[in-house]
Design a protein around this ligand. Structure first.
Ligand code: GTP
Ligand code: MG
Length: 241
């Protein structure tokens, strides 16, 4: 059955260790194709929410549904193939650029690898590498810049057909030109996928369908960029300095 990508969190409460609640009664509804942004200070619980959607950990209380199916009843393999991720710390392995991108979908053809690299705006830098797509990356992509590593990760997510996407934006800054590239890659990647983005860049948050502001594991505000600015609360503080 084809997953459309509706994701619902219902009264989700969670802690990594007994007695220390990290998320309290979280309710979120993402309709297929929507972009939901999580913002909030460090340690607020943003990454933890995405860890639960991935089912890296089991929820204590509450439920998560994908297309109305409780994720406890979805096989982990199926979750893996329906949720693509671009995470803070990028994981590349020693192998060619092509192999690193294809890791997102092992049956992909060479043409699909190039198409994914184009979506990620990675194609032009790859072509400039000594052996292009056959260039061997040193362990963890040490011979690439941070921005280039990020673009390869975006390409890896782009090649997957997963209808749900999780983006944990890196806080560390890349140069403005690379950032512009990454933004463009991200925009194309998110098209037609339900996206949960943990956003540090205002440009990413601004056009989200829903922005959720977390503090100490609780949702304290939610709405669109304009609604939250009008509210003049925590979000307003975060993004007006
Ligand atoms: P930033 O990424 O720094 O912006 O924070 P975040 O909002 O993503 O916070 P995160 O969800 O990672 O952490 C929320 C709380 O859970 C913090 O108090 C962390 O210390 C705690 N936490 C996160 N990961 C783990 C873990 O693997 N084990 C344990 N025991 N605690 C964790
Ligand atoms: Mg985090």
């Amino acid at each position: 059955r084809r997953i459309k990508g509706e994701v619902v969190l219902k009264d989700v409460t969670f802690g990594y260790v007994p007695g220390k609640t990290v998320l309290k009664r979280i309710n979120v509804t993402a309709k297929p194709g929507q972009k939901i942004a999580f913002v909030g200070s460090t340690g607020a619980g943003k990454t933890t929410i995405t860890n639960l959607i991935n089912r890296f950990y089991e929820i204590e209380e509450g439920e998560i549904y994908i297309d109305g199916i409780n994720i406890r009843r979805i096989k982990k393999d199926s979750l893996r193939s329906n949720i693509a991720m671009v995470l803070q710390d990028t994981h590349l392995f020693s192998g060619t650029v092509r192999e690193n991108i294809r890791y997102g979908r092992l049956d992909a053809t060479d043409e699909e690898v190039v198409a994914a690299a184009k979506i990620a705006c990675a194609h032009s830098f790859i072509e400039r590498l000594p052996e292009g797509y056959d260039t061997v990356l040193e362990g963890d992509g040490a011979n690439l810049s941070q921005g280039e590593r990020q673009l390869l990760n975006i390409a890896r997510a782009a090649i997957s057909k997963a209808p749900i996407l999780i983006l944990d934006e890196a806080t560390s800054s890349v140069d403005t030109r690379t950032e512009k590239y990454i933004e463009r890659g991200m925009d194309r990647l998110m098209k037609n996928r339900t996206t949960f983005v943990i956003a540090h860049r205002l440009s990413t948050v601004r056009n989200a369908d829903l922005i959720i502001v977390l503090e100490h594991g609780e949702i304290i505000e939610q709405g669109t960029h304009e609604e939250l600015l009008d509210l003049g609360g925590r979000y307003y503080q975060l993004y007006t300095g």
